[in-house]
Design a protein around this ligand. Structure first.
Ligand SMILES: Nc1ncnc2c1ncn2[C@@H]1O[C@H](COP(=O)(O)OP(=O)(O)OP(=O)(O)O)[C@@H](O)[C@H]1O
Length: 361
């Protein structure tokens, strides 16, 4: 059976409008507005304590917002109790009933539907098949691995065809290999069902590979809501730039006529207006390391390097008007091996990938 036939609801948008929340005097969410498209997979990503779990719990109705509204499609569910909100939820701990078989755990998800016992059993089996677990439906949870238990919990959450799927760090209790496999499977399942999904994670790699869009949160606010690629290459704020991946920052004396000045060097930069002292941001993989000087290159000296498999990540000391600083740059393994790391190098930074932020180092 096609996954889409098992999930009967129409993909529905989720809108969060101006949601705020305080615990006593601690304001943990500040005026959050977020529009999730029908069938979209959105990750709430941010450091510990930024408010992502509280936001998920508010969407689920497990916590009450102080201000703001929540809509599922046209329905205002701002004050609806959890059982009227039509979502499936999956937590870090699988929360299966230890005294019930796998099949009965999944069937429990259907308890509130008016179904014949034989239909419940049939659907539970189909859901187990859907999540790749059709082995032994009469096994008990403690006879399964962590990854298998999480699949059962997923089958239980999806069994009633909820309109919305909420995931709270669902893979963080699993070991790295299982987690990686489950990421891909979960993403594929979500896409084949077309179920609108919100997942909380503090793991940026997980968010990058799974989400259609990521909401990066910091201190109760959304700093940026965008595709993984834009979050990575076009960060809206220094916080996002630093939270995701590795970042390089250079103090510039100013930008004039498409050139960013860094001490004596002039780096070509695309689409940046003229301005005074500022900070330049770029990723390590957007820097090419050269062994000869040329106009537009920044001189430097290799001070350290890390082996990363197919490439090396070099730490290169460069001079700016604000002093010396370290730039990280990637180099293919073969080219690095042909290089004398004691010789000076020059950095060619992709002008399209060089971004300007206000501020001084
Ligand atoms: N029930 C509560 N009572 C009081 N304070 C709370 C409560 N729940 C959360 N908080 C506080 O709200 C803030 C946000 O917590 P939340 O769990 O939403 O963050 P998070 O981003 O999910 O963090 P983590 O990744 O560590 O789970 C924290 O300072 C937390 O201590």
């Amino acid at each position: 059976m096609e996954p889409r036939q098992l999930y009967q609801n129409v993909p529905t948008p989720l809108s969060i409008a101006g949601v705020s929340k305080s615990f006593k005097h601690n304001r943990v969410l500040q005026d959050i507005t977020l529009d999730v498209q029908p069938g979209e997979f959105v990750c709430l990503l941010g450091p510990s304590g930024c408010g992502k779990t509280t936001l998920l719990r508010i969407i689920a109705g497990l916590e009450r917002q102080d201000e703001g509204r929540i809509f599922m499609g046209k329905d205002d569910i701002s004050f609806a109790p959890p059982q009227e909100r039509d979502y499936g939820i999956l937590f870090q701990s699988y929360a299966l009933f230890p005294n019930l078989t796998v099949e009965k755990n999944v069937a429990y998800g259907l308890a509130r539907r008016q179904l014949l016992q034989s239909d419940v059993q049939d659907r539970a089996m189909k859901m187990l098949e859907l999540v790749g677990l059709d082995g032994n439906p009469r096994a008990y949870p403690d006879q399964l691995s962590g990854g298998q238990q999480q699949r059962v919990a997923m089958a239980r959450a999806l069994a009633p065809s909820p309109t919305l799927l909420l995931l709270d760090e669902p893979m963080s209790a699993l070991d790295a290999k299982v987690r990686e496999r489950l990421r891909g499977e979960l993403r594929q399942l979500q896409k084949s069902l077309g179920i609108t999904t919100v997942m909380v994670t503090h793991d940026q790699d997980e968010a990058m590979v799974m989400a259609d869009r990521i909401a990066v949160m910091n201190g109760g606010c959304i700093e940026q809501f965008d595709t993984p690629e834009n979050i990575y290459y076009e960060p809206a704020t220094p916080f996002v730039a630093n939270f995701i991946g590795h970042s390089n920052w250079l103090a510039s004396d100013g930008v004039r006529d498409g050139t960013a000045h860094v001490a004596a060097a002039g780096l070509p930069i695309a689409a940046a207006p003229d301005q005074g002292a500022c900070l330049l941001f770029f990723r390590p993989e957007t820097v090419a390391v050269r062994t000869e000087a040329a106009a537009g290159y920044l001189p430097g000296q290799i001070v350290d390097y890390l082996f990363l498999g197919s490439r090396y990540r070099l730490s290169i000391q460069v001079q700016t008007s604000a002093g010396s600083t370290i730039v990280l740059a990637d180099m293919p393994r073969e080219r690095f091996r042909a290089l004398d790391a004691r010789e000076p190098v020059w950095l060619a930074i992709d002008p399209m990938q060089l971004k300007v932020f206000e501020g001084r180092s």
